[in-house]
Design a binder for this molecule. Structure first.
Ligand code: MCA
Ligand code: AMP
Length: 492
């Protein structure tokens, strides 16, 4: 690794992506469909763009699954300006919130992208992946923000987690150690590029190693089979993707062959059910390994490539990550007995620095002695393997690997004229892990709003993955003496 740390603690971009300034310029770096860039081309395009945005302060990136997104984010890192990746399917309310909260000075987008109204007021810089320019002077420090990634809480609009540059290098280097991840690896993935999994692990990860990425544009089992059969070595996916792979294996012999060839199959963002682990292993002879992380912490644990894969566990803490389990009263659990449940708390250079503009939420997220409270409940096996057993907040739903707060959907539903009261819960779903269920009291019981209409309403305001998949109509919501909705009674 090229570490270039000056007296002032300024770390140069060459230490983030050594391969960009290396001499192996013909090596493939990125491929999306039939468009690709070598390291030489990527270095030229990102240098040119970095030169244009160096004074921007903070930039939004219209994060479509395309070359332009990768070039935009790498250029922002080179320029030392923080990037805010935007879900191109964000609805008007969500997008409005993210823009007013993060206040970017301009938006980076592909030349053909049509941007929705809230973005049209911002200066726009088109990303030219064929441009070339010279690398600007570098000035960013390890503690400077690299990315601001929006993540849902239980109530209210999403919060912007500010990720410093050191967190990105720390997590990627820890994963390199755990996965024996090198520049010879070729990653295939079909994840969105506006979250940590798809962007930090899936794009910045291979680029930091000097390896390459083949992005599928959108996830399909055929795409996975094609790329792994054509030399790709690793696959990253959320459990829904592995579930779809497990479902397809009996009918797709090419897929089984492809998975059998891969060096590493990695699942994360939510728990992969043991049944799916077993079906994949039975058909391919390969074990999927799980890693566990959060937007705020980047990666916390993983099953190691040289360790024992164990379905149902997320492995051991990554190098540099301190992890403890803590009882309700704040007392750390010291025994690894596979039984005592506690909240996972973490410390390390992999952590975010704050929620943007939310000192209250930042303070509440840490203990007095500086541990981050994940809200995930776990036990530890005698050899230290972590098993996640649940979450503290039932108002957080994990659907398709996306974290979704019940409160933000309830607020959106209440803005529909046909909804008088609303409660949102998650229920088990074989494909998505959990599906979003809306319980509503209609304004007019004679003509309640239809499920499709409410789904579209939420998709338009927030994002399609936040839409309710099931809608129940009730005369009243069950409430306790304090007037609080009793969500557990809903499913009964
Ligand atoms: C459907 N669609 C609609 C509507 N209904 N659009 C507008 N209005 C509607 N009412 C569209 C959707 O946008 C989508 O379009 C298509 O119909 C299918 O929708 P859906 O069934 O929701 O999606 P899917 O194809 O089943 O998606 C499954 C998926 C996806 C591919 C697994 O959930 C996914 O990409 N998940 C990844 C989540 C992720 O990256 N999480 C990381 C965060 P179209 O097909 O065009 O899109 S967690 C993280 O980063 C931490 C650090 C960690 O640990 O990893
Ligand atoms: P997000 O805030 O969207 O980054 O989601 C982070 C959450 O995803 C964590 O707090 C966990 O609840 C969940 N998660 C991530 N990876 C795993 C995993 N391998 N197993 C179980 N849950 C996971």
């Amino acid at each position: 690794m090229v570490v270039d740390l000056t007296d002032e603690g300024v770390r140069r971009v060459s230490s983030l992506f050594p391969a960009l300034t290396g001499d192996r310029t013909d090596r493939p770096a990125l491929r999306f469909g039939d468009r690709s860039l070598t390291y030489g081309e990527l270095a030229a395009a990102t240098a040119a763009l970095a030169g244009r945005i160096g004074d921007a302060g903070r930039v939004a990136v219209w994060a479509t699954p395309a070359l332009e997104t990768a070039v935009a984010v790498v250029a922002a890192l080179e320029a030392g300006v923080a990037a805010v990746p935007l879900n191109p399917k964000s609805g008007e309310k969500e997008l409005g919130h993210i823009l007013s909260d993060s206040a970017p000075s301009l938006v980076l987008a592909a030349p053909d992208d049509e941007l929705p109204p809230p973005l049209r007021d911002l200066d726009r810089v088109d990303v030219d992946v064929r441009a070339s320019g010279s690398r600007p002077d570098e000035h960013a420090t390890e503690a400077d923000p690299a990315l601001i990634v929006y993540t849902s809480g239980t109530t209210g609009p999403p919060k912007g987690a500010v990720l410093p540059r050191r967190a990105i290098t720390a997590t990627l280097d820890a994963l390199a150690d755990a996965w024996q991840w090198t520049g010879d690896d070729v990653l295939v993935h079909g994840l969105p590029l506006f979250h940590v999994h798809g962007l930090v692990l899936g794009i910045l990860g291979p680029l930091r190693r000097g390896g390459s990425v083949r992005h599928l544009g959108r996830f399909t089992t055929e795409g996975v089979a094609r790329e792994l059969n054509a030399g790709a070595t690793m696959l990253f996916g959320v459990p829904t993707m592995y579930h779809r792979i497990a479902q397809s294996l009996p009918e797709e012999p090419e897929l089984a062959k492809a998975l059998g060839r891969a060096r590493l199959l990695v699942s994360g963002s939510a728990a992969l059910p043991v049944h799916d682990h077993e079906r994949i292993t039975a058909a391919t002879g390969r074990r999927v390994i799980e890693r566990y992380g959060m937007t705020e912490t980047l990666m916390i644990t993983s099953v190691r490539a040289d360790g024992e894969p164990r379905a149902g566990t997320v492995g051991v803490p990554l190098p540099g990550v301190e992890l403890r389990l803590v009882e309700e009263d704040g007392a750390p659990i010291t025994s690894y007995d596979g039984e005592t449940v506690g909240e996972i708390q973490v410390r390390g250079t992999n952590l975010f620095t704050e929620y943007l503009n939310r000192p209250d939420a930042t303070a509440a997220a840490f203990t007095a002695d500086g541990w981050f409270r994940t809200g995930d409940m776990a036990v530890r096996d005698p050899d230290g393997y972590v098993r996640i057993v649940g979450r503290k907040a039932t108002d957080l739903i994990k659907s398709g690997g996306y974290k979704i707060g019940a409160g933000e959907i309830e607020n959106a539903l209440l803005e529909h004229p046909g909804v008088r009261e609303a409660a949102v819960t998650g229920e088990p779903d074989a494909d998505l892990g959990e599906r979003i269920v809306a319980w509503i009291v209609p304004t007019d019981p004679q003509s309640p709003p239809q499920a499709d209409e409410l789904a579209n309403h939420v998709a338009r305001r927030l994002a399609p993955h936040k839409r309710p998949r099931v809608v129940h109509h009730l005369d009243a919501l069950p409430r306790n003496d304090m007037g609080k909705i009793m969500k557990r009674a809903l499913h009964a």
